[in-house]
Design a protein around this ligand. Structure first.
Ligand SMILES: *Cc1c(COP(=O)(O)O)cnc(C)c1O
Length: 391
């Protein structure tokens, strides 16, 4: 008999009743050190007092009104995002894949309104992940996600990363946009080299295309900049954001330049819950902290400490780990043993990590992790590696 919850997930045998900062606690009191942060969602850890206050204050005042009316919390968060980024305008939704939906629609409508309705194709890359909606799986294109769900939304051209000749050859008078994650998350913590991202920007400018960046996982301080593309000194035309922006409350957003977004007029897109007062109150509280003077400097300091310690771990355990990857606190360990075994051994050591493609485990701790917690994490990872070292 099918489970009452549709069995689409392979779940680990734990569940938690409470969260405190970098810790998740089971009903029997067992405390797990959380280097997963709900897959890069709990950017400020669990039960951060400022987020709890923002949510409960708003919950006591007003939960939901719909986008039939002005929503001041939404306008405040949009103003903040516009002030802090390349963007001129923001649309709020509830998840990363919803952000992908709008990014695709916005790119197509942009060219339709410019009398270039033939420009519908979006170039995407192997190893990418853009969520599980019909557009999201078609954009990523992997068989694992798309098999059995056809016919897929047409108009995506899939290339390998790092092949600039193939990219140039793929651009035609049908191309609308290039869509890419500056640091692939699900794909195995693969950071696109700055020069490659700069080249994508240059090609978009040369051919009049839109650059769509998916910063759902790598955005909101995760890499040590507010958004990962800042490291490369390029800006997108459209950017997808979710995960960390809500700090654990479901919130997504599409940020865009005025030029890219101009075709999205009243009635062209919408969402019942998108930008609701609860989500936007929490989003503003997250941004208040992440954009605060000194916060990202501290993320970068802790990131280099953690990276240095992880390099040491890999050197100590060359039969278990191959290399450290990533940027900021979006880190990965490429494994020589099966990554699922490393994650499972982590659970035995009360340590949470997240598997990714390419035999990688992801380390995505709350950005608020302390130096002591980094030491404790390395201690537990060392024990995990010892337990998996071939005799
Ligand atoms: C998680 C993720 C998504 C999808 O987000 P959901 O909120 O699960 O729909 C899209 N893109 C990237 C890069 C992600 O990591």
């Amino acid at each position: 008999m099918i489970a009452s919850v549709l069995p689409t997930y392979n779940r680990a045998p734990m569940s938690f009743v409470k969260g405190e900062g970098t810790w998740l606690i089971e009903a029997d009191g067992r405390r797990f050190l959380d280097l997963g942060a709900g897959i890069a969602v709990n950017a400020l850890g669990h039960a951060h007092p400022a987020l709890v206050k923002a949510l409960t204050d708003q919950a006591q005042a007003l939960w939901h009104t719909s986008n039939l009316y002005h929503i001041p919390q939404q306008e405040a968060l949009a103003d903040r995002l516009v002030a802090e980024t390349f963007a001129d305008t923001v649309f709020f939704c509830n998840s990363g894949t919803e952000a992908c939906e709008l990014a695709v629609k916005m790119a197509r409508k942009h060219f339709y309104d410019k009398d270039q309705p033939e420009r519908v194709e979006i170039i995407t890359f192997s190893g990418s992940f853009h969520g599980r909606s019909s557009a999201g799986i078609a954009a990523a294109g992997s068989e694992k996600m798309t098999k059995g769900f056809g016919p897929l939304l047409p108009g995506f051209v899939h290339l390998d990363l790092g092949d600039s000749e193939a990219l140039k050859a793929a651009i035609s008078d049908k191309t609308a946009a290039i869509m890419v994650e500056p640091v692939q998350g699900e794909g195995g913590i693969r950071a696109i080299p700055d020069a490659e991202l700069q080249e994508m920007r240059r090609l978009c400018d040369e051919h009049g295309l839109l650059l769509i960046l998916d910063e759902v996982q790598c955005g909101v301080g995760r890499t040590g900049r507010l958004f990962a593309h800042e490291w490369a000194g390029v800006t997108p035309d459209i950017m997808m954001v979710a995960k960390g922006i809500g700090g654990g409350f479901p919130l997504g957003a599409v940020l865009a330049t005025e030029k890219a977004a101009a075709a999205m007029t009243a009635g062209s897109h919408g969402s019942t819950y998108g930008g609701n007062p609860l989500g936007c109150a929490v989003g503003s509280a997250v941004l208040d902290i992440v954009a605060e003077e000194g916060f990202l400097a501290e993320v970068n300091r802790k990131a280099s400490l953690m990276r240095q310690r992880l390099e040491g771990l890999v050197a100590e355990h060359p039969t278990v780990f191959e290399e450290v990857r990533g940027v900021g606190l979006m880190l990965g360990l490429k494994c020589k043993v099966t990554n699922a075994d490393v994650v499972a051994a982590g659970y035995d050591a009360a340590l949470i990590t997240v598997p990714a493609a390419d035999n990688v485990i992801r380390l995505l701790p709350p950005l608020t992790i302390s130096d002591d917690e980094i030491s404790e994490a390395l201690h537990r990872l060392d024990a995990v590696a010892r337990s998996l070292t071939p005799a």
